[in-house]
Design a protein. Structure first.
Length: 104
């Protein structure tokens, strides 16, 4: 089993998603967070099985159209970004290029 580490950048992304969905309908923000946290918990078991996009593995949360981008490093899974997949793919690629993973 891997340790799943959510970097501050991904935590900020998740908060942005929470705010967006909460503005759409009361309670949806927390439902979004719960859905993503459930997906993140599963990464401890299945990390590395997802296809790679822009140098990262990408797990898709279909309920909220979110891409969870992560890298494996030894016994850790580093979650770097959580982006709405309806965004322009060029924007996603640019944002991922600016994200840094810590050296362990």
């Amino acid at each position: 089993m891997k340790n799943v580490i959510i970097l501050s950048s991904a935590s900020d992304d998740l908060e942005g998603a929470r705010l967006f969905y909460e503005s759409q309908s009361a309670g949806w923000g927390e439902h979004c967070v719960d859905s993503v946290l459930t997906a993140l918990a599963s990464l401890a078991e299945i990390s590395g099985v997802h296809t790679r996009h822009h140098g990262y593995h990408r797990m898709i949360n279909k309920t909220f159209h979110l891409g969870i981008y992560y890298r494996e490093h030894a016994d850790d899974t580093l979650v770097v970004a959580i982006f709405d997949l309806r965004r322009d793919p060029r924007w996603i690629r640019k944002q991922l290029g600016q994200r840094k993973t810590p050296n362990k």
